[in-house]
Design a protein around this ligand. Structure first.
Ligand code: 5AD
Ligand code: SF4
Length: 490
C-alpha cells in the first residue's frame, strides 16, 4: 500500500512548469508525467502494463526492491511473477562471483524475451552495476538493456524512465547513470511493502569497514545513517498500518549514528524504537563484533520487544586471518563477546557467517574456525567459500587456496555446523513460546508457519486468520530445522 499523503502530493504536481530541483518533489514530477503516459498506454493496449522485479542477494536489496516496486506501482504498473512483462528489472548482487553469474544467466534469457517483445523495457540496478567492468560487459554483450542505475540513485528511477520513455522513445541508446558515492538520503518516496505485518527499515546505508575480502564498501559507498526521527516516524507509520515486527537494516548496525550531526548510539536508537506503542517485535541485521557494545547487550537483556536472536558474523576463527581480513577482533575477543552476550541473555540464539579458503588459510587457521564453531554452538551458520572480488585487497594476495582444499574444508565445516545446530534444535521442545504467524504452510494447508523470537520456524495447525498475529504455541516436536507445535490460545 502506498502512503496516501505521497499520492496526494504527486497528484498536485504542475506538469506545465519545469521539474523542481528539490527531492523528492522532482521525482513526484516525473512519476506524475509517467502516470499520464501510462493512461495513454492503457487506452492504446486495452490492458494494464505489467512489471517484473527480480531481486538477488541480501535483505538490503530486498528492501530496495520494495521501494522500486512502490515507484512502479505508483506510475501504474501491475506487478507480475511472469518474466515476459512490459517492464523487467533485475536488482543485482555482487558479494560473491556466483551472484554475478546468476545475473548473466538471467540476462541471456532476457535477451530472448526482448527479441520476442521489442517494446519491453529492461532495467538493471544494484551492487553489481557499481562495478565498471560489469558495465563494459553489458555495453558490449547485452546491448538491449535500456536503463542501468546503481545503489546510490534508486530514488531517480522515475526520472530515468521518463528520459527513456518520454524524451527519447525511439532511441536505442542505453541510459547509464551510476554514482560513485553520495551522502544524500531521499525520504518520502512511494514504497510497496511485501508483508502487511512485518517489514525492514533501513537505519543506515553503506559500510566503512573495508574487510579485505569484501566488495560491499566499494559498491554501497561510505556509511551514512538516517536521522532517528525519520526512522521512528517510518516505524510509527508501519505500526499504524498493522506491522507488528520490524527488522532494522544496516551493513553494521552497531556503528549506527556515528556520522549524524547529533550522534546517537544504536543502543539508544533501540530504546526509542522500543517505546513505539503497538510494535511487538524488533530484529536487526547485521552486527559487527568489533562494535557490539556492553550497552547494547544490556538493552537487549532488558527489552521486552527485541527478539532473542543475534547474527554475529565470525568470518574466521583464526586471530591471524582475522587481522589480515581487517576485522579488528581476535578469536579470544570474539569468544569473550559471546560469553558476555549469553551471560545477560541466556536464551539468545546466535547465528553467524563464516568464510572458508581466505588467501593463506592454513590447516591450523581452519582448526581455529572449527574450534570457535565448537565452543559457540551456533543455532545456524551461513558458510561461504571465499570468492575473489576484483578491487578488494584480498584479491591481490598471493597464496589463493586451491579449490579441492577449500572444498574439503568447506564440507567438513558444513557437516559440523549442521550436527551442532541439530543438537541445539530440540532444546525448546515442551516449551510454550510466542510465534508470529507468517503464512499458510506450503505443503499442508491445515498448518500455518511462523517464527519464534529466536527465529526458529514453527508449523502448527491453524488457518489464514492467524497470519500477522503473535500467538502462544507449545513446541511438541523438533524436526531439525523446524518445530511442530500446537496453539495454546483459544
Ligand atoms: N567471499 C565469500 N564470502 C564473502 N562474504 C563477503 N564477501 C565475501 C567473499 N569475497 C560473506 C561474508 C559476509 C556475508 C554477507 O557474505 O561472510 O558476512
Ligand atoms: Fe563487508 Fe565487512 Fe562491511 Fe560486512 S562489515 S559489509 S563484511 S566490509
Amino acid at each position: 500500500m502506498i502512503d496516501t499523503e505521497i499520492l496526494t502530493e504527486i497528484q498536485k504536481m504542475d506538469l506545465c512548469s519545469p521539474p523542481p530541483e528539490q527531492e523528492p518533489a522532482r521525482q513526484y514530477y516525473f512519476i506524475r508525467k509517467l502516470q499520464s503516459w501510462m493512461e495513454e498506454q492503457r487506452a492504446e493496449k486495452g490492458r494494464m502494463l505489467t512489471c517484473h522485479v527480480k531481486t538477488f542477494g541480501c535483505q538490503m536489496n530486498a528492501r530496495d526492491s520494495e521501494k522500486i516496486i512502490g515507484i512502479l506501482q505508483t506510475i501504474g504498473y501491475q506487478e507480475t511473477d511472469c518474466e515476459e512483462a512490459d517492464l523487467v528489472l533485475y536488482n543485482t548482487c555482487t558479494v560473491r562471483e556466483n551472484a554475478n553469474l546468476k545475473v548473466y544467466g538471467r540476462l541471456g534469457q532476457l535477451k530472448r524475451y526482448k527479441k520476442k517483445h521489442p517494446e519491453m523495457l529492461t532495467l538493471l540496478c544494484g551492487c553489481m552495476m557499481q562495478e565498471p567492468e560489469v558495465i563494459e560487459k553489458i555495453k558490449t554483450s547485452y546491448r538491449n538493456v535500456d536503463i542501468i542505475f546503481g545503489t546510490h540513485n534508486i530514488f531517480k528511477l522515475a526520472e530515468l524512465m521518463a528520459m527513456k520513455l518520454l524524451d527519447r522513445p525511439d532511441s536505442k541508446k542505453m541510459i547509464i547513470d551510476i554514482w560513485e558515492n553520495t551522502t544524500e538520503i531521499v525520504e518520502e518516496l512511494p514504497n510497496a511493502r511485501k508483508y502487511s505485518f512485518k517489514g525492514g527499515v533501513n537505519i543506515m546505508f553503506g559500510c566503512n569497514n573495508f574487510c579485505s575480502y569484501c566488495i560491499v564498501p566499494y559498491v554501497r559507498g561510505r556509511e551514512r545513517s538516517r536521522e532517528p526521527e525519520d526512522i521512528i516516524a517510518e516505524i510509527r507509520g508501519m505500526v499504524s498500518d498493522g506491522v507488528v515486527e520490524i527488522m532494522l537494516l544496516g551493513q553494521n548496525v552497531n556503528s549506527y549514528g556515528k556520522t549524524l550531526e547529533h550522534p546517537i548510539s544504536f543502543a539508544e536508537l533501540l530504546c526509542r524504537v522500543e517505546q513505539i506503542e503497538g510494535l511487538k517485535r524488533i530484529r536487526f541485521m547485521t552486527s559487527h563484533p568489533k562494535d557490539l557494545s556492553d550497552d547494547l547487550i544490556e538493552v537487549m537483556s532488558k527489552s521486552t520487544k527485541i527478539c532473542k536472536h543475534l547474527h554475529l558474523p565470525l568470518q574466521s576463527g583464526s586471530s591471524r586471518l582475522l587481522g589480515i581480513m581487517n576485522r579488528h577482533y581476535t578469536k579470544e575477543q570474539y569468544l569473550d563477546l559471546v560469553r558476555r552476550i549469553r551471560q545477560k541473555n541466556p536464551d539468545i540464539a546466535l547465528t553467524t557467517d563464516i568464510i572458508v579458503g581466505f588467501p593463506g588459510e592454513t590447516e591450523e587457521d581452519f582448526a581455529d574456525t572449527m574450534d570457535v564453531v565448537e565452543q559457540v554452538g551456533y543455532d545456524s551458520a551461513f558458510t561461504f567459500i571465499y570468492s575473489k572480488r576484483t578491487g578488494t585487497p584480498a584479491a591481490a594476495m598471493e597464496d589463493q587456496i586451491s579449490e579441492d582444499v577449500v572444498k574439503e574444508r568447506f564440507d567438513r565445516l558444513l557437516k559440523r555446523v549442521q550436527e551442532l545446530a541439530a543438537e541445539r534444535a530440540g532444546k525448546y521442545v515442551g516449551e510454550t513460546v510466542e510465534v508470529l504467524v507468517e503464512e499458510r504452510n506450503g505443503q499442508d494447508a491445515s498448518l500455518v508457519t511462523g517464527r519464534t523470537s529466536q527465529n526458529y520456524l514453527v508449523h502448527f495447525p491453524g488457518d489464514e486468520t492467524l497470519i500477522g498475529s503473535v500467538v502462544s504455541v507449545k513446541l511438541v516436536e523438533s524436526k531439525g530445522f523446524y518445530y511442530i507445535g500446537e496453539c495454546v490460545e483459544g
